[in-house]
Design a protein around this ligand. Structure first.
Ligand code: UD1
Length: 435
């Protein structure tokens, strides 16, 4: 069943919430459990999200026993693993490809149906495959699936043409058992990769991050189970800060690492938002006049692409024109037509959006085309005059735990409703019991 979020806009959000654990750290770290043999990986602060559930389903299919309770997950990995990943799960979530590196390292083979494109771009995994091939894996494409074999991987230098997050994580995990030293050059430096590296080190891996952007991995023979904690979700935290800004409210997000949200804080300061920044929390105070600012998405520590749709809806209500360039994904602008339906004035020119600030947004029926596009529409709905209905809410549940509970706690007037029920209400007919 599909659900929609109904928002009665116009309330200034006020209050404090605690950030969830990071989705993009939990997924690769859970995949890293596959490197263990007859051992347990125990993780704290794991968020309850649709994508986490998909990863649980995938790991269970490969043979891992999993217990998930109170944000604590225990992954019990058997001596023998299955190395063929089911197409239905891989197609549900691109991050399923993160099991490829650990499976080749641990089992010497893996079959992974290609995750394919998604609504934010073609998103190939060529960098993952090229790196694995350099380490000695044989990669073949058979009926749309990657078949990889390796009779022991060997350390080597791998230069990534782009600092891909997923490729860095996959190659890092593959390199843990490779013979000798692997150097990943131009590696991604997202904080979630740091979380993965710390967890692998706690398992006994030998990894060193260089400030020049290189990651060095010295292969080891085996790993041990360990405990680790997922870092705070900088994208979720930033989304709630922007919810405070767009409603001209006062929101505190607690238990975050403020160093991970520097790019956003710099832009908020530039646009005149009063901020209180402490070690583990940030408060946005009511802003009288939000100034337009321009930005370009970049790999970390640049402005995150995962926050581009949300800052765009916020700047849609700024004073002046903001220029937003998307440099990470080729077509991450699908929220724009929906924002324009709500009265925004945003024009797309190639990879650039020209956002002319308007005085108000007006509620409308809009579609969440992907996870962060959905978040951007929710922000717009919170600030808009009248009612907004956001359809395809399933996308948003991939990344935001207890979204409606947190928004309600901050004073937002939101309600989740099953779409069928709405349609019957709209038609003025009670469909229950009617055949
Ligand atoms: C991860 C995040 C996602 C975020 C993205 C960029 C997870 C689970 N997801 O996705 O939320 O938006 O980082 O910060 O952590 N590319 C190639 N070839 C490759 C790999 C990537 O061309 O082999 C391209 C992609 O198409 C994209 C760009 O590189 O244009 C960035 O992709 P990447 O950093 O790999 O993102 P993901 O790991 O998929």
């Amino acid at each position: 069943m599909d659900y929609k979020l109904r928002i009665e806009g116009g309330t200034k959000l006020k209050g404090k919430i605690v950030a969830q654990g990071a989705k993009n750290a939990a997924l690769p770290i859970m995949a890293a459990s596959l490197l263990l043999k007859g051992q347990k990986l125990s993780l704290e602060r794991v968020p309850y999200l649709k994508d986490v559930n998909t990863m649980i389903d995938l790991l269970r299919k490969l043979g891992v026993q999993i217990d998930f309770k109170d944000h604590h997950i225990a992954l019990d990995v058997p001596e023998e693993l299955c190395w063929e990943t089911p197409a239905n799960l891989v197609r549900k979530m691109r991050a399923s490809s993160l099991v490829l590196g650990p499976l080749i390292a641990r089992c010497g083979r893996a079959i992974l149906p290609l995750p394919g494109g998604c609504s934010i771009g073609s998103r190939p995994i060529d960098l993952h495959l090229k790196g694995l091939a350099r380490m000695g894996a044989t990669i073949e494409l058979v009926h749309g699936a990657v078949h990889a074999h390796a009779n022991g991987l060997r350390g080597c230098r791998i230069y990534l043409d782009f600092p891909s997050v997923g490729a860095t994580e996959n190659l890092l995990m593959a390199a843990v058992f490779a013979q000798g030293e692997t150097v990943i050059e131009n590696a991604a430096r997202e904080p979630e990769i740091g979380n993965l590296i710390q967890t692998l080190i706690s398992m006994g891996a030998r990894i060193e991050e260089r400030s020049t952007g290189e990651i060095l991995v010295e292969g080891v023979d085996e790993l041990q189970g360990c405990q680790s904690e997922i870092i705070p979700d900088r994208i979720e935290a930033s989304t709630y800060l922007l919810a405070g800004v767009i409603t001209r409210g006062e929101v505190t997000v607690d238990e975050i690492n403020t160093g991970h949200v520097d790019a956003l804080l710099a832009k908020l300061e530039e646009s005149g938002v009063p901020l209180t920044i402490e070690k583990n929390s940030v408060t946005v105070h009511p802003v009288r006049e939000l100034k337009a600012v321009s930005l370009k998405t970049m790999p970390f520590p640049g402005f995150p692409t995962d926050l581009q749709p949300q800052i765009m809806s916020t700047l849609a209500l700024a004073n002046g024109t903001s220029i937003i360039q998307e440099s990470v994904f080729e077509s991450r602008f699908r929220h724009i037509s929906e924002l324009n339906k709500m009265g925004a004035s945003i024009e797309v020119q190639g990879h650039t959006a020209i956002v002319k600030g308007v005085r108000e947004l007006i509620g409308a029926d809009v579609q969440a085309t992907d996870l962060r596009a959905g978040a951007s529409l929710i922000l717009a709905g919170l600030a808009a005059f009248d009612e907004t209905n956001i359809f395809n809410l399933g996308h948003v549940w991939r990344g935001y735990e207890d979204l409606h509970i947190k928004l309600t706690k901050l004073g937002g007037r939101v309600e989740i409703l099953p779409v069928e029920e709405i349609e019957s209400k709209v038609n003025g007919i009670n469909m229950k019991g009617v055949h």
